[in-house]
Write a protein that binds this ligand. Structure first.
Ligand code: ATP
Length: 238
């Protein structure tokens, strides 16, 4: 179980996260829905150790605190982030990008096995393992980014707007792959503008507004929640 309690984050005077309490169980898929600027990316970055939360914030993995540990220990603990914009290395091949993700100690013992698993999840990457990533389509690059994060053998994988800028057919393919990742037992924490497709693979979701969690429910209930419908599914703010 990955859990935050009273997690707050400040950029100068701006309180971007204000007392966030969320949890993700082993193997669960959870989506965070919120308008631009609600703080969704900041939340993922704080959990990944890329931003330093305010004193009093708590982040635990199976009840053990992991906040304040060195950032490189977060992947070692089994938490991986696919950042917005992917962060892949364009001048390296698919294979080389994947190898970079195999750095945490927890990944090394099973490197060959991980490669096999990732190429099973993303057959397209197997076909193109020697291709330079910058010559690939946006959807393929997103798959490389997810594959690289999976090389660290994470227990929890966080994804920041994986569908951003992708054509609808590619988004469908990508979420098909994420469904297969989910079936491997990895917990997924997802931030997505594409509310409809993200709810379709999620077990649960949180609503976020101006740095606070304002709602929480099962994905099924959120799909028909009038507030979600109005804000995200055909409403003006989508
Ligand atoms: P989006 O969907 O637009 O990325 P978001 O919900 O992910 O939005 P964040 O990117 O977390 O929101 O931003 C939350 C707030 O914090 C915004 O007001 C943003 O301008 C501010 N912010 C984010 N990163 C920084 C930073 N590095 N320095 C200062 N302010 C920041």
């Amino acid at each position: 179980m990955l859990e935050t309690q009273n997690l707050s984050l400040r950029y100068g005077r701006h309180l971007a996260l204000n007392g966030i309490n969320i949890s993700i169980a082993e193997g669960e898929t959870v989506v965070i829905l919120g308008a631009n600027g609600a703080g969704k990316s900041s939340l993922l970055k704080a959990i990944a150790g890329l931003q330093k939360p305010e004193p009093g914030s708590v982040l635990t993995l199976d009840g053990t605190t992991i906040l304040g540990t060195k950032p490189h220990l977060i992947p070692e603990a089994g938490i991986a982030l696919v950042p917005e914009g992917r962060g892949v290395f364009g001048d390296l091949t698919v294979e080389e990008n994947l190898l970079l993700g195999a750095n945490p100690r927890r990944a090394r013992t099973s490197e060959a096995e991980r490669h096999g698993l990732i190429y099973d999840l993303f057959p397209r990457l197997a076909e193109r393992r020697s291709q330079l990533v910058r010559t690939m389509s946006g959807g393929e690059q997103q798959m490389v980014a997810i594959g690289r994060a999976l090389m660290s053998n994470p227990r929890f994988l966080m994804l920041d707007e994986p569908s951003l800028g992708l054509a609808p057919i590619v988004v469908t393919e990508l979420f098909g792959a994420l469904k297969r990742v989910k079936q491997t037992g990895v917990g997924l924490l997802l931030v997505e503008q594409n509310v409809s497709i993200s709810l379709s693979i999620s077990d649960r979701g949180y609503l976020m507004e101006a740095g606070r969690i304002t709602g929480e429910n099962s994905a099924e209930a959120l799909k028909t929640d009038p507030a979600v419908q109005q804000a995200f599914l055909g409403g003006a703010a989508a």
